[in-house]
Design a protein around this ligand. Structure first.
Ligand SMILES: *[C@@H]1O[C@H](CO)[C@@H](O)[C@H](O)[C@H]1NC(C)=O
Ligand SMILES: *[C@@H]1O[C@H](CO)[C@@H](O)[C@H](O)[C@H]1NC(C)=O
Ligand SMILES: *[C@@H]1O[C@H](CO)[C@@H](O)[C@H](O)[C@H]1NC(C)=O
Ligand SMILES: *[C@@H]1O[C@H](CO)[C@@H](O)[C@H](O)[C@H]1NC(C)=O
Length: 403
């Protein structure tokens, strides 16, 4: 357009006058628009925008005015933005399409997208920005039946106000818990006769639990007398454990060597099992391994583990041996905390919510399904890995099966 860019500051007096006049004109003009369409609703508002761009053009034609420079800059800015969005979309310039948005939300301007959520409770009144007095950094979930209330009451007390408490109720009883003060600030999810991993898959999507540094996904039958959650977190941070559990009292119940509590250390990441159990000292059950009764995941580890949980395999058997696929190096970042430890009380609570079948006790049917699921899960994992290496044209690695 042949206009030299000129500094808008040094203007001849008559240009200044012109600036004032134009400004006055702009204000009056804007007023008139508002005045002429006093009832125009928000939805009709693209009409004035059209008018304004023709006003821009008329200013550009006035080559000597300082306004023209300004208008040109404005125009260039708009054009550049249009070029930018055009190159991003290959699409209609009046429509938004951002392929890098979350799937399904491509037509939204990125600034409005809230792709993550949380379990923070809010008020119905006041300013949203003042709703939260504490933004909890940790999440603890228990899968509970009301019969275990005293155990859960004891456990919850070990978690400070820095924890969001989320209870999954498998027996349909939720309001009874309100006898406990903390129950009113807890989140309650009720679905009858479902397992911990069923709830975890449905209600702990990584994008929902994104604000939490650590996520505890615990059973209801854990004795927590020797456990403090804040101290536990201090230790897993210090030792860089992405997946962990508190050590188990070695005198109670059958358990793996790996998850037995040691009296003389803060944490441990490997152990020796019975001869022949570990083909590789860095692999489960000698390392890279915790059980599924009381796991604690970092945000990143959980994002991976969540994807590995199968919707139909509700008992989670076999998951413990596969956790190592989610962290690297697994034999360093998966471990057991010895100095904050728990007692596994082995109350077969949810197990008893099975169904009698052919004269077998309810828990027998549940146990049988657990074993079947373990085999199915292992099979799926092996096939998926084989398929991947085949598709990539890579040699199949020796799959080191942990029995
Ligand atoms: C916009 O793109 C056109 C051609 O695609 C180019 O000539 C013009 O210089 C671009 N404008 C800006 C401001 O980048
Ligand atoms: C732009 O949008 C209009 C109206 O929605 C449509 O008719 C036209 O085909 C679109 N053009 C392109 C290139 O998508
Ligand atoms: C909660 O977290 C804050 C910030 O990390 C910490 O200062 C405070 O001591 C924690 N509360 C308890 C009870 O540990
Ligand atoms: C795979 O197993 C074969 C035989 O069992 C062995 O010779 C080879 O070294 C193994 N390869 C790797 C990468 O471990």
């Amino acid at each position: 357009m042949g206009t030299n860019n000129r500094g808008g500051l040094l203007r001849k007096p008559n240009e200044t006058m012109r600036l004032i006049i134009t400004t006055v004109f702009g204000v009056v003009f804007g007023f008139l628009i508002g005045f002429s369409f006093p009832s125009s609703s928000l939805t009709k508002f693209n009409f004035p925008t059209g008018l304004l761009s023709s006003v821009d053009l008329s200013f550009i034609e006035d080559k000597d005015s300082g306004i023209a420079t300004q208008a040109l800059l404005n125009h260039a800015w708009t054009t550049r933005n249009m070029n930018k969005s055009r190159s991003m979309q290959n699409h209609n310039s009046t429509k938004i399409y951002i392929p890098t948005n979350p799937r399904g939300a491509e037509t939204l301007p990125p600034g409005i997208i809230a792709s993550e959520s949380d379990y923070y409770l809010r008020r119905l009144w006041g300013k949203p920005s003042e709703d939260l007095t504490v933004k909890q950094k940790y999440l603890v979930t228990f899968t509970v039946g009301y019969d275990q209330k005293s155990n859960i009451e004891a456990a919850v007390k070990k978690f400070s106000e820095n924890f969001t408490i989320l209870l999954f109720h498998y027996d349909g009883r939720t309001s009874e818990w309100d006898e406990f003060e903390w129950s009113r600030r807890a989140i309650h999810v009720s679905a009858r006769r479902q397992t911990k991993w069923w709830y975890a898959k449905r209600f702990l999507h990584p994008d929902i639990v994104a604000p939490y540094d650590y996520i505890f996904i615990w059973d209801e039958d854990l004795g927590v007398e020797h456990f403090n959650a804040e101290k536990y977190i201090e230790l897993i941070r210090k030792h860089g454990l992405e997946i962990s559990q508190p050590g188990l009292d070695p005198n109670r119940g059958l358990t793996w060597q790996m998850t037995k509590r040691r009296g003389n250390s803060e944490v441990h990441t490997e152990t020796e099992e019975r001869p022949g159990w570990c083909s590789d000292p860095h692999l489960p059950p000698c390392a890279a391994f915790v059980e599924i009764m009381a796991p604690v995941f970092s945000r990143d580890a959980w994002r991976c583990v969540w994807h590995m949980i199968q919707n139909d395999l509700v008992h989670g058997w076999g998951l413990d041996f596969a956790l190592r696929k989610c962290v690297e190096p697994a034999h360093e970042k998966i471990g057991v905390v010895d100095s904050q430890w728990i007692v596994h009380q082995v109350v077969p609570s949810l197990g008893n919510q099975g169904q009698s079948d052919n004269g077998k006790a309810p828990w027998e049917g549940v146990r049988e399904r657990c074993r079947k699921e373990w085999a199915i899960f292992q099979g799926r994992m092996e096939n998926a890995e084989k398929a991947y290496f085949a598709e990539m044209g890579l040699p199949q690695p020796n799959i080191s099966k942990a029995h």
